[in-house]
Design a protein around this ligand. Structure first.
Ligand code: BGC
Length: 751
């Protein structure tokens, strides 16, 4: 190594001394950096440029390529890879770090970014949690915190510092192929879950002195494309952005979030990455974000060849840097560095502007302790998939199961002797995990850990006394079978005590998951129809990243469980719910659509659901349940809860005052259960049309049979205000309703 070490030509290294304040260390380092070195810190390149094969899966460093990019082009950050053993990552990160720290002029450490989205999911043997849509269904921020914490534990020992999670977009369009990456449709739920995840990731004391930076993404408004397709145009007003899309990011920022990733799409004609209004005025000036703003994959290139708003890459670079980005995930070439250098040399972008971004990047590197601890820990990695971590993933998966239908209490299944199991996910591992699992699009079956149970395995362990038969997809005649084949098949099914159909989707990610039709595929619908003709109870388990329309299939089934994408422990969670070992507590974090062309979030406007009564044209009917029988917050349990004694401390809330509401929840059944108490407020009138209701607070309570608990919520005027188009709060005197557990009380705000 000694022969290639560059002779240190710099002044004594003030910035390397941890006893000095970070602000001064940054200024000292910045004062020593050339323009090229600064621009290198603003660039993030893909691992394929520094590995031996140029393929994502290879985590074998090509020293020559890495040296060129770090020493000659001063690249400060790299990203991604795929799942390999911890030792392979450790070796790779050690070698890569050594080049930056020991061979580059200033020894600035690398910060490595990675899509460890639901656990350290690009690590062989990692703990893989449910995806966010499931975590949203738990209504328990502790599960989001645990996901962050375990991700930190399992990443830190590899030398990964920058985790591209959590997604804080809203799941408001079920066609959108990234729906499952969100915590659901509600801004308050997404805010609580997101902040807990950021806290778990960034503040995990067990990894010290190694630290992680979280990335809230994709700022902002990405998730509501009119076509439902990934990265296609979104139409949102600034008022809607402030009211619905800002809160989850704001809460994460207020929790100390270190980085944000941009939305690659456009809002109302302006690509977000080129919007000064969104990237600087909103994010920096209004929301107070001081961390690093990184583009998404090739967002700058997309201004040229996807949005066609920039003449060439250089103009695209100009637009994005002027709008406010700090780091370009370029990620496959050096065009960003060259273009930015020219722009500064031509005087179109000032060096002060470059310094602003470089300061932010260096700050993160200092705050994460990379200058003191740039290398992965020298102890062997031990955390991946530890029993304790997997237990946390199982608890999250268990609490995320949403029981939508349970006709005649067919579940829990009373000691079945023969179980028939069907569907594309009956004996699959990959379908439980979706994208961002081992690889970007979700790995092939053979790459999943041997000890991860499929539903077939899990049912056999759950019901040791039963015979479980798993039918392959070709064993079910379905729609294409002849009538006699179908009859014979149905007759054979009558020998079983329980039929379970595990259907849904196979893994996909981003645009690869674009669809034209939200309905359950016809072949699966046909199979379910056939199974429904047999006598034994039929349980439909939907393993899917989005709420496929299953209106008919719910009718065909006796019970239905929305299992989402529950991760490595998901099969055990499902089996445990079916047997009754677990009592379902999951609640829908979205409104389940029933009509192919009519999706609405629960917090829609009052006018979204009107229809005119044709015989009485003056009458406008606004029927709340017209768009979904399974509203946001819906989910059955094996026990029942009664709400009573709903009381408001006062009927009038005054300016600077508070109003405390109380309600009693009673477990009226014979087994212990957990209830999620959701408190909604509805403003009767508003200058800007108000949602029919808004979730303001949620809390869970576990109750033994016959036991009651008093739950309370204290309302302040802040709960009643909403932003105008500039983000300024509007607080109007008027009447409001407070709702919980189907009960409602009115109060007024006098101002
Ligand atoms: C995705 C991001 C991801 C990035 C890096 C992009 O295509 O939109 O969510 O973090 O790639 O892999």
């Amino acid at each position: 190594m000694a022969d290639i070490r560059i002779k240190n030509q710099v002044r004594p290294s003030y910035y390397k001394n941890p006893d000095h304040p970070i602000g001064k260390r940054i200024e000292d380092l910045l004062s020593r950096m050339t323009l090229r070195e600064k621009i290198g810190q603003m660039t993030q390149l893909d691992v394929t440029l520094i590995n031996t094969t140029g393929e994502q899966k290879d985590i074998e460093l090509d020293l020559k390529k890495a040296r060129d990019l770090i020493r000659n082009h001063h690249i400060g950050s790299f990203l991604n890879g795929e799942a390999v053993p911890a030792r392979t990552w450790h070796r790779f990160m050690t070698k890569l770090t050594r080049i930056a720290v020991e061979e580059s002029r200033l020894g600035i450490p690398i910060i490595y970014g990675i899509d460890h989205i639901h656990g350290a999911s690009y690590l062989e043997g990692a703990t893989v949690f449910p995806h966010n849509i499931n975590l949203g269904a738990t209504f328990n921020p502790e599960h989001a915190r645990n996901t962050g914490k375990v991700t930190a534990l399992e990443s830190a020992e590899l030398g990964h510092h920058w985790i591209f999670a959590p997604v804080l977009d809203l799941g408001v369009n079920p066609l959108w192929p990234r729906f499952w990456e969100t915590y659901g449709e509600d801004p308050h739920l997404a805010s609580e879950m997101g902040a807990a995840n950021v806290d778990g990731l960034q503040n995990c004391s067990e990894t010290l002195p190694h630290r992680q930076a979280a990335t809230a993404k994709h700022f902002i408004g990405y998730s509501d494309p009119r076509s439902g397709r990934d990265r296609t145009p979104v139409h949102l007003s600034m008022q809607q952005i402030h009211e619905f899309h800002r809160p989850s990011f704001q809460k994460a920022i207020d929790t100390g979030l270190k980085t944000i990733m941009t939305n690659a799409g456009e809002i109302s004609g302006i690509p977000v990455v080129a919007s000064y209004t969104l990237m600087t005025r909103l994010l920096r000036e209004d929301m107070g974000f001081e961390g690093v703003l990184i583009t998404d994959w090739d967002d700058i290139g997309k201004l040229e060849d996807f949005h066609h708003t920039a003449q060439n890459f250089k103009e695209a670079t100009f637009a994005a840097v002027e709008a406010g980005i700090d780091v370009s995930m370029t990620p496959l070439h050096l065009d960003f560095n060259e273009s930015l250098l020219e722009l500064v040399e031509e005087g179109r972008i000032t060096e002060e502007r470059i310094d602003e971004s470089v300061r932010r990047v260096l700050r993160i590197k200092f705050e994460l302790g990379l200058f003191e601890h740039p290398y992965p820990p020298d102890t062997a990695p031990v955390n991946a998939g530890s029993p304790d971590n997997r237990k946390k993933a199982l608890e999250a998966a268990r609490d995320s199961m949403v029981l939508l239908k349970n006709h005649d209490d067919v579940l829990p299944a009373a000691k079945p002797k023969r179980i028939g199991l069907f569907g594309i996910s009956a004996n699959s591992k990959r379908n439980f995990c979706g994208g961002w699992t081992l690889t970007w699009q979700g790995a092939e079956e053979s790459r999943f850990p041997e000890q991860m149970p499929t539903l077939f395995d899990a049912l056999r362990s759950e019901f040791p006394g039963a015979e479980v038969t798993c039918f392959g997809c070709n064993d079910v005649p379905g729609l294409s079978g002849s009538q006699s084949e179908q009859k014979e098949f149905v007759a054979m099914l009558n020998d079983f005590d329980l039929l379970i159909y595990a259907g849904g989707e196979e893994p996909y990610c981003e645009f690869a998951g674009n669809i034209n039709d939200l309905r359950l595929p016809e072949s699966q619908a046909g199979e379910l129809k056939l199974l429904s003709k047999a006598q034994p109870p039929l349980v439909f388990v939907l393993i899917s990243g989005r709420p496929l329309i299953v209106t008919e299939q719910i009718k065909d089934s006796d019970a239905m469980l929305f299992a989402g994408l529950p991760g490595f422990e998901g099969a055990e969670a499902i089996a445990g719910i079916i047997s009754g070992r677990f009592n379902p507590t999951g609640r829908l974090p979205f409104s389940y659509p029933v009509h192919p062309n009519h999706f609405l979030p629960y917090n829609h406007k009052k006018s979204s659901i009107y229809h005119f009564d044709i015989d009485n044209a003056n009458q406008i009917i606004q029927k709340e349940d017209s768009y979904t029988p399974y509203p946001f917050g819906f989910g059955l349990s094996y026990t029942t809860f009664r709400y009573s004694r709903f009381r408001l401390g006062t009927k009038t809330l005054l300016q600077k005052g508070t109003l405390t509401a109380e309600i009693t929840v009673t477990n009226t059944d014979s087994r212990e259960g957990t209830e999620t108490v959701l408190w909604f407020i509805s403003a009767h009138k508003g200058r800007i049309s108000r949602p029919v209701k808004e979730l303001k607070h949620f809390e869970q309570v576990s109750l033994k049979p016959g036991k009651s608990a008093k739950m309370s919520f204290t309302i302040t005027p802040d709960h009643l205000s909403y932003p105008d188009e500039n983000g300024k709060p509007i607080l109007e005197p008027g009447t409001f309703s407070l709702m919980a557990g189907g009960l409602k009380e009115n109060f007024c705000y006098e101002g």
